[in-house]
Design a protein around this ligand. Structure first.
Ligand code: HMG
Length: 440
């Protein structure tokens, strides 16, 4: 069977940067290490006044099409995954296509366009849709573009404010991909939850602490479900495990959970079971504090083992490098984790062709999905083509006053005079709500 998967990716970061230890922590009166060590973040990427989900998505897709030498006729499908949409009817992909048609010959009249929503997992769901469309033979030899684009902003003063971010990932999905083949096997953990939601409001209502527990519970269920179709997973089966990364500290917890689940060190588990009188497989919301404390101690012990630390350093830590500098990109987050991992492989001369990735996606509300990917032999050229570092370095470092002003601009409720914005040449720029994506 022909491989189907991600042929190429491009990343577009918001053009501003909020320094967490240097600018955010002093304003909040917090120890900078709460952000750098606790959450694992150095900075958030932030959209400039002239940027939004359309411009970032269009800029990423433009670069992707240009680099791959594609014309609109080569594309049969454009899906945008976002949870920052401003239009409840017209999908963001139509705005993005409108931008792209300004610079390419031809148009996307015969491409199927849509918008996917399920919090952060929608980016991976859009990949599924593209994969299924190609597998069903409906693509007429054409490829799909999937764009995950978000401005992950929280109300000022919300605990989530430290985990903001903004950026877009554009991915080309095709037969015989250069980068990774997606597995047919998938595992899901899905349940109706209200820990994070935006019912007709711009900024999310979040129960932050609970959202962490829901992430872990759904991820564990997805892993079990994945194993039920793909067979037992062993930590050494995968070179890297990119997970949804709202902040690296979250993945530290998820990695521990996944490791504990898959190593099945029954001797340690049995010892703990004897001590606490039952198996240490807690439901996330177990209300027995003594039980939770015993499990925490056990996890702490496991975390100290050489085997775990080596596995974490080689398989998980390299997936977090971009996230540390940009924060949460919601739908794009797991896709920049994959890019971070493959960049690490390139920089450390790892031969990745034929190696496997274990990919864990998550969206609040809540659903986790696990699948695996096999790295293809064109991966080095694709990853070499990414210019993430230079984009990150080029960001403007905001003062606190800049941050407050820009945050207000992105608050849809406020009356903003877009005529005042200055925007760079050769980027798609925001031109007022409902009048998106003019190319300067
Ligand atoms: P908080 O209350 O400000 O922080 O909110 P905290 O007090 O829990 O501290 C964070 C960590 O820093 C803790 O580590 C502290 O111990 C540590 P932990 O114990 O958890 O391992 N810490 C320090 N470390 C070193 N030196 C210090 C220090 N001080 C504290 N001095 C919270 C944190 C995540 C709740 C908040 O940022 C938030 O609400 N974020 C938004 C929600 C979120 O990101 N949830 C993640 C799971 S849900 C998800 O991933 C879905 C999402 O992406 C949306 C979607 O799907 O659409 C969000």
């Amino acid at each position: 069977m022909t491989a189907v998967g991600i042929d190429a990716i491009e990343i577009w970061t918001g053009n501003l940067k909020l320094d967490l230890p240097g600018t955010f922590a002093p304003e909040k009166g917090e120890d900078p290490e709460k952000y750098t060590k606790g959450l694992g973040l150095n900075a958030s990427s932030f959209p400039d006044s002239y940027e939004d989900i359309v411009t970032m998505g269009a800029n990423a897709a433009h670069r992707l099409m240009e680099r791959k030498g594609l014309e609109p006729d080569d594309i049969g499908r454009i899906d945008v995954a976002t949870e920052s949409a401003f239009d409840n009817s017209k999908p963001v992909s139509t705005y993005v296509a409108g931008c792209l048609e300004q610079v390419f010959d031809g148009d996307f009249h015969h491409a199927n366009k849509g918008e996917r929503k399920f919090a952060c997992i929608a980016g991976t769901q859009s990949l599924d849709d593209a994969y299924n469309w190609i597998r069903a033979g409906r693509n007429r030899g054409r490829s799909a573009i999937v764009i995950a684009t978000d401005t992950a902003l929280y109300a000022r003063g919300d605990a989530g404010e430290a985990t903001q971010g903004a950026g877009a990932v554009a991915m080309l999905i095709s037969e015989d991909p250069n980068l990774v083949e997606l597995s047919a096997e998938q595992g899901y953990g899905s349940a109706d939850e209200t820990d994070f939601l935006k019912p007709n409001q711009q900024f999310p209502s979040v129960d932050g602490k609970r959202s962490v527990q829901v992430y872990l519970a759904r991820m564990r269920e997805a892993l079990e479900d994945y194993e039920s179709v793909a067979g037992d997973v062993h930590p050494d089966d995968f070179e890297y495990a990119p997970f949804h990364t709202p902040f690296p500290g979250m993945v530290r917890k998820a990695a521990m959970l996944a490791y504990r689940h898959v190593i099945r060190d029954t001797s340690v588990e049995d010892e703990l079971a004897d001590e606490i009188g039952r198996q240490p497989r807690p439901e996330a919301f177990d209300d027995d504090e003594a039980f939770r404390e015993a499990v925490r101690e056990y996890m702490d012990e496991l975390k100290e083992t050489e085997a775990y630390q080596e596995w974490y350093a080689e398989t998980i830590d390299p997936t977090l490098s971009i996230s540390r500098e940009v924060g949460n990109w919601y739908t794009g987050s797991v896709h920049i984790a994959r890019a971070s991992a493959l960049k690490h492989a390139l920089e450390s001369d790892r031969d990745m062709t034929g190696e496997r990735l274990l990919v864990g996606s998550y969206g609040s509300g809540a659903q986790a999905e696990i699948h695996s990917e096999v790295v293809q032999d064109g991966w080095e050229d694709e990853i070499e083509a990414l210019n993430v570092e230079s984009q990150l370095e080029a960001r403007y470092d905001m003062s606190w006053a800049d941050y407050e002003e820009v945050h207000d601009v992105h608050n849809h409720d406020m009356d903003v005079d877009v005529e005042e914005f200055t925007a760079p040449e050769s980027e798609f720029v925001f031109d007022g709500w409902g009048r998106m994506g003019e190319r300067k």
